[in-house]
Every structure is written in structure tokens, then in C-alpha cells.
Design a protein around this ligand. Structure first.
Ligand code: F0G
Length: 362
């Protein structure tokens, strides 16, 4: 049986040589592309979910971290730093530990999901909670990496994008060609940049790609920001971004321009979804599709459902939606009803008749 070897080994011919000299891997990538009949029925399209929560630390960040940390290791780096809303820090901490490096993480004040925070701590990161938001953390992390002997592993590091582009390769390899539309949440905009790069390269586009085309086309890219943190939609930075989807609570995305390019060249769009739409999509994903994600990961599905309501989803289109992070990262949202009430299990005695009665079987 074939054992998946991680994205660097699996896509060696498509990745730069400098990430391959000292490979640090946890077996990331090779995530399932799951057909979602419930979403197909709701949209009239053929919807598949790229389930990135199945990566080693539970988010897509691992694809970019294996390449970023491998490149840093090859250069002899001893320490890395990142700013993070949580997932990047969890991933950086795990891969840095594997590489024997020190990992410093700067997280915003009080808005990190518990699962992510515990991962960074468990993997031994030096965790600093900064008196500011993610955008402030990223500015500080960049300055730190310029002035001190630590390497920046945020997605402004091009090695991150190289690794994350492999998700597009996997989608094409699974479907036999690019989908018509690719949908994903947008925060700092590294991932939409990476997907677009991957699709371009697999279609034989862009200079320097010496490979035969694997895909005949590139998809239309649909990105979604949270309404309270939607700088690209608004056309200006947001000073105080707010959303329950803390992973994408970002007011000034580093890869803003690249996201606009992916949108415009693909003929796509970047829209926004409210927290209520995100939570509704989160519920559809868990209760109908059987896929448990963190709130930010539901933003793409929320956007797709909103466009379907407006009649803007082409009938029968093959659509891939990336769900970016695992539900166990931030499980509290499953424990509230649609009305916001706390969910508590009904208490019963050990007596089987009362259990059957509680289940409506009696
Ligand atoms: N979904 C999840 C679960 C994320 O953690 C992030 C980003 C995104 C979507 C957006 O991706 O930034 O490439 O546009 N999380 C970063 C972090 C910011 O620090 O973990 P993006």
C-alpha cells in the first residue's frame, strides 16, 4: 500500500530545490476531496469539499510550514517567528519542534481559539500575546525578523506559498482537471494566492514552469471575507476587524494585491459573509455534510450558499470549496443552538427503558 510522504516528496518536481535539501515533514497534504451531496442539492452545482482540517496540525497551514521550515533548516536557521490568529502558530510550533528550532509566536489579545493556543503551547512555542490585533502582530513579526536572527514564517515568506499551492495540484489530480469554480475563505490572503499559483502552474501557465500541462484550464476563484473584516471587499483597510471567525479577523491582508489579481484574472469575486451566515454554514457542514470545521472555514460555504440564493451559481458547475481548519480547533460553536442557547445533554438514569423513552423508541 502507498504511504503518503508529505507534499515535498509527493510534488518534488514542482517545488524549488532549496526546500528539498533538509526536509521537515509531518506527512501533510493528501487530504480528502469529499463530495458534498447536501451542498450540491442546495446549490444545483456539483460541490466537493477539500478537507484541510485533516492535515497534521488540523489546518492547511501545514502545507506551507513544511516548505518554510525545511528551507529555514537548510539555511541553518535556529529560530522562527510568526504572527498568527492561531493556526499558523500551531503549525509553526509543531514543525519548528521537529526541526529542533525555537519558535516565537505573536498572537492578538484574547482572540485565539483554545485548541490552537494549546497546540502552540504543547509544541513548546514561546508565546507572546500582543496588545493589538493580528495586523499589529504581523508588523511586529516582520520588524523582528529584519533586525534579529529569526526567520519569518508567515505567508509573506514565498516558501509558504510554494507549499500551499500543492492543494490545487491535489484537487486537479483527484478530479482529472481543474474545477469550474474554487471557493475559499480569505484572511491574510496567502491561501488564495497559493491556490491561484498552483492552478496556473498545473495549467502550464506562467514563465519558468517547464512541465507539461496537467489541467486544461484554471478555475474561477471565489473568495469570502467576514463582513466585519472585509478590507478587500470595502477597498480599504479595516482598523478594528471583528468577527466570530477569529482565524480571519484581519483588517489589512499582506497578500491583498495577489488576491485581487487571482480574483480579476480568473473572472472571480471576493465577497463578504456575516457571522450569522458563517454560523449557518457551519451548521450545514456539520449537520448535513458530516464535516466539522472551525467557523472561519465555513466562510467559503456561507458565500457559496448566499450566491446560490441569488441564483448566481451556474447549474451543474463543478465547485471545490476548501474548508481550511478542523472543528476541534474551536468547538464552542457546536454547543450553541441556532438561537444561541447552550446545548446540554438530557440526563437519564441507567435504566434502559428510560433511555429508550428519552430516544423516543418506547
Ligand atoms: N481559514 C483558517 C482556518 C485560517 O486559519 C486562516 C488564516 C484562513 C482561513 C485564511 O487564510 O490568511 O491565507 O487568507 N489564518 C492565519 C493564521 C492568519 O494566523 O493562522 P489566509
Amino acid at each position: 500500500a502507498h504511504q503518503w510522504r508529505g507534499i515535498i516528496a509527493e510534488y518534488a518536481d514542482r517545488l524549488p530545490a532549496h526546500v528539498q535539501q533538509h526536509v521537515v515533514t509531518l506527512g501533510e497534504g493528501g487530504t480528502p476531496l469529499v463530495p458534498a451531496p447536501a451542498l450540491s442539492a442546495r446549490t444545483g452545482a456539483d460541490v466537493h469539499l477539500k478537507v484541510e482540517g485533516m492535515n497534521p496540525t488540523g489546518s492547511f497551514k501545514d502545507r506551507g510550514m513544511t516548505t518554510a521550515i525545511s528551507a529555514a533548516a537548510a539555511r541553518g536557521a535556529r529560530a522562527v517567528v510568526c504572527a498568527s490568529t492561531g493556526n499558523t502558530s500551531a503549525s509553526a510550533a509543531a514543525y519548528a519542534t521537529r526541526a529542533g528550532m525555537v519558535c516565537a509566536v505573536l498572537v492578538p489579545d484574547g482572540k485565539i481559539a483554545m485548541g490552537k493556543l494549546s497546540q502552540a503551547v504543547a509544541h513548546g512555542a514561546l508565546l507572546l500575546q500582543v496588545d493589538g490585533n493580528f495586523d499589529d502582530c504581523l508588523v511586529a513579526a516582520r520588524k523582528l525578523a529584519e533586525a534579529y536572527p529569526v526567520e519569518l514564517v508567515n505567508s509573506v515568506n514565498p516558501d509558504r506559498i510554494e507549499g500551499q499551492k500543492t492543494a490545487s495540484f491535489e484537487v486537479v489530480d483527484a478530479l482529472g482537471d481543474a474545477p469550474d469554480v474554487h471557493v475559499l475563505p480569505v484572511g491574510n490572503a496567502g491561501n488564495i494566492t497559493a491556490y491561484w499559483k498552483g492552478y496556473r502552474e498545473y495549467a502550464g501557465l506562467d514563465a519558468g514552469d517547464a512541465h507539461p500541462a496537467v489541467a486544461t484550464r484554471t478555475p474561477v476563484m471565489w473568495g469570502f471575507q467576514a463582513a466585519g473584516a472585509a478590507p478587500i471587499v470595502l477597498g480599504h483597510p479595516v482598523d478594528a476587524p471583528e468577527t466570530i471567525a477569529t482565524a480571519i479577523r484581519i483588517g489589512n491582508p499582506a497578500s491583498w494585491q495577489q488576491a485581487e489579481e487571482a480574483r480579476d484574472v480568473s473572472g472571480g469575486l471576493i465577497g463578504s459573509v456575516t457571522d450569522a451566515q458563517i454560523l449557518a454554514a457551519h451548521r450545514v457542514l456539520s449537520a448535513e455534510a458530516g464535516v466539522f470545521v472551525e467557523p472561519a472555514s465555513a466562510a467559503g460555504v456561507a458565500g457559496l450558499l448566499a450566491l446560490a440564493d441569488e441564483g448566481r451559481v451556474p447549474a451543474g458547475a463543478r465547485i471545490v470549496v476548501t474548508v481550511t481548519g478542523h472543528g476541534l480547533k474551536d468547538p464552542q460553536w457546536a454547543l450553541r443552538t441556532a438561537d444561541g442557547d447552550e446545548v446540554r445533554p438530557q440526563r437519564v438514569s441507567t435504566d434502559v427503558v428510560s433511555i429508550a423513552d428519552a430516544l423516543g423508541l418506547a
